[in-house]
Design a protein around this ligand. Structure first.
Ligand code: ADP
Ligand code: ADP
Length: 237
């Protein structure tokens, strides 16, 4: 469970990223955050894995206040949160399998991974994850030899290999064409339901949000202006 209580975030240059945010996200939910560019969607998501730190209020995950986390607490937190980005964040010159194994980093440690000391279970988990997003046949290609949609599916496989409790996806389809975007959203939704991974996705298209979200959070100028099921979104909101 993720709980924002009166959370505010002011960037060092004085820009307001978040203002009076109150929201509770329950285990297993599939939440889509919508809003124009600059609305605070990314700041909301990045607060949860502490890529940015709120400057007021309280933010807890699984009933622990994460705002004063550092060192090993932060590493543990980030191991249970899988991240998906607009630009995939794969290592281009490295093959798909190794990119996906990087999902085990938080579990195995960097040194083991540099030495290629993945356990047999890690490797079979990576294969299985790639199959779940239908990338089985490209595993020895370099990441930059894949199309955008394929790269995003590899990044989903990397997150599956991480076996996180939460998935945060920051504009995962913003660089993809409509059919590919639907494919990626369908995989995210399927994983949410099959593995019961609480998922938060940022999107800037409301129609896409309505199609996939159990719950929509609308943001504007750092604030939540709508929070409810897709069925309650009206013209006005
Ligand atoms: P969205 O994801 O909805 O596009 P963001 O969370 O990225 O919105 O941005 C919210 C506000 O915070 C915007 O005004 C943006 O310009 C500002 N902002 C984002 N990152 C920084 C930063 N590192 N420093 C200063 N201002 C920032
Ligand atoms: P999409 O419409 O999904 O973005 P692309 O047109 O980019 O697809 O790619 C179509 C096919 O070409 C994909 O199967 C991909 O593997 C292959 N491909 C794309 N870019 C490269 C590349 N730089 N080197 C090798 N194969 C590539």
């Amino acid at each position: 469970m993720i709980e924002f209580k009166d959370v505010g975030l002011v960037y060092p240059n004085g820009t307001v990223g978040l203002k009076n945010i109150n929201a509770t996200i329950k285990d297993g939910e599939f939440v889509v955050i919508v809003g124009l560019s600059g609305a605070g969607k990314s700041t909301f998501i990045r607060s949860i894995n502490r890529l940015v730190t709120p400057t007021s209020g309280a933010l807890s995950i699984d009933n622990e206040n994460i705002l004063d986390y550092k060192g090993s607490d932060l590493r543990k937190l980030r191991t249970k949160i899988g991240m998906i980005f607009q630009n995939y964040n794969l290592v281009n010159r490295t093959n798909v399998l190794r990119n996906v194994l990087a999902g085990r980093l938080g579990h195995t440690g960097t040194l083991r991974s540099i030495l290629n000391l993945y356990k047999k279970e890690d490797i079979s988990l990576a294969y299985e994850s790639l199959q779940r997003v239908n990338i089985g046949e490209k595993i020895y290609n370099r990441a930059d030899e894949l199309s955008g949609g394929q790269q995003q599916r590899v990044s989903i496989a990397r997150v599956l290999t991480q076996q996180p409790k939460y998935i945060l996806a920051d504009e995962p389809v913003a660089s993809l064409d409509p059919p590919t975007s639907h494919q990626v959203m369908t995989y995210l939704k399927k994983i949410n339901k099959e593995d019961n991974i609480t998922t938060i996705v940022n999107l800037h298209f409301i129609d896409m949000a309505m199609e996939y979200a159990d719950r929509i959070i609308g943001m504007r100028a750092g604030e939540i202006v709508f929070d409810g099921p897709a069925s309650e979104v009206t013209e006005k909101t």
